[in-house]
Design a protein around this ligand. Sequence first.
Ligand SMILES: Nc1ncnc2c1ncn2[C@@H]1O[C@H](COP(=O)(O)OP(=O)(O)OP(=O)(O)O)[C@@H](O)[C@H]1O
Ligand SMILES: [Mg+2]
Length: 413
Amino acid sequence: MADRSRHLIGLLLGAEEDWPQAFEAILRRIGPLTDASGQTHEITAERLTIEPFELTDPVRSDLVIDRLAYWYYHPREWLKKAALMNGTYLLNSPFTFQSMEKHSAYCAMVRLGLKIPRTVLVPYKNPVDNTRWAYTSAKYNRSFDIDTIAADLGYPLYMKPFDGGGWRGVSRIDTQADLHKAYDESGEMLMHLQATVDYEKFARALSIGPETMVMDFRPEEPMHNRYTVSHDFLSAKAGEECASISRIINAFFGWEFNSAEMLVTGDEVYPIDYANACPDVAMTSLHYYFPWAITALVRWSVYCLVTGRRTSIDLHTDRYFAIADDVALSYDAKITAYTALANEHFETDRYWQWCEENLPHLPEQVHDWVTSADFDRLLRETVDATYPAPERATFMAHFHGLLGMWAEDNAPA
Ligand SMILES: Nc1ncnc2c1ncn2[C@@H]1O[C@H](COP(=O)(O)OP(=O)(O)OP(=O)(O)O)[C@@H](O)[C@H]1O
Ligand SMILES: [Mg+2]
C-alpha cells in the first residue's frame, strides 16, 4: 500500500507563472504536518504535462488545481477519468462546469429565489450550419419579435452569451438600433437579454472552498485597477449576503474555486455572473488580495488532502429546493438556511478548527514570503511579462504600494 502520508498536488496550468510559483513557495514553507493521530503528512506540488493516457492508467496526483479544462478537451477528459476512476480531488470538476454554465446557474438561482434580473433566452440569429436544422427550423421555429421582448424588459438592457466568458459578446443595449445591431452581430452565439440592474456597488467575490473574499470591483477600469482596496464598501448585511450567496452557489454546483459578480444597491444583492471555471487570480489584478488568495488555495488544498475529503460529482439540489419551496420562510431566512447547507458541504466549522490546530504558522509564513526578496523577484518577473518596458517602473511602484499595505495590515501580532 502506498505511503498514505504523502500527498501530491497536480497543477494543470496555462500561461500563468505568478500564482503557481507563489503556491509552490508557500507549500514548501509550511513543511510536513503532523495530525492529531500522530501521522505525518508531506504535501508537494507538481506541474502536470499533457500526454496520451490509457483510461486505466494510475493517477499520481491526489488533488488537481485545474486551469485548462474549460478550454481544452484533452486535459478535461483526463480530469474526468481521474475523478471517475481514481478518486482525484478536483478544483474544479469539469463535470460541474461543463453542464452548469452561466445559464444553468441563472436558472438554479432563480429557483432558489435569489434576485436574478429578468432574463430571456432568444434563438440563434444565424441558423446553425446543418441541413437537417434547416428543415426543423422552417417547420418548427416560431417567429418572434425581439423588439417586443426588449420593450418588455425595458431599456437599457444587456445582451450576452448564455454561457458567459470574459466579456465576449456582451453589449449594453440603449436603443432599438443597438438591439438589432447586437443581435445581427451575435451570429451563431446563443444570447440572453437581461434587464439592467441600477447598482451602487459592484462586488466581485472570489471563493476557494469555504473561504470567500468580497471585493470592491470597478469593471470599467483597466485590469490592474479593477479591485479597489476598501473594506467597508458594502453595508454589513449586503457584505454578508454577498459572501453567503457565493458560498451557496458554489456548494450547490460543487464548485470549489470560483468568482461571483453581484450588483449591490443598499442592502439588495443581485447576482449576475457566477460561473467562472478558471477565475482570475493574477498577481497584477488581485494585488492586495493576492496573498489571501494563495493562502486560501494552499489552506483548502492541504485541508482536503490531509483530512481525506472526497470530491463529489453528485449534486443535492433537492435539499435546496425544499427550502426554496417553504412558503413560511422569508428571503433572509432562506439565505440563512441555504448558507447552513453550504457550510455543511464545505465543512466550514471543521475547516477553520482544523486550520487553527494544524496550520497556525501559515499566515506568518505567507507574510514572511510576501515581504521577501523571492516575492519581489516574482513580482518583477510578472510585471516584466505583463507590461511594456516604459511602464514597468510605474507598475512596480503601484504593486509595491498595494502589497506593502497588505503587509502592514496583516503583520503578525
Ligand atoms: N444585468 C446587468 N445589469 C447591469 N450591468 C450588467 C448586467 N449584466 C452585465 N452587466 C455588465 O456587463 C459586464 C459583463 O457581463 P457578465 O459579467 O454577465 O459577462 P461576462 O462575459 O462573464 O463578463 P466577465 O467575464 O468580464 O465577467 C458586467 O461586469 C457588468 O458590468
Ligand atoms: Mg462577468
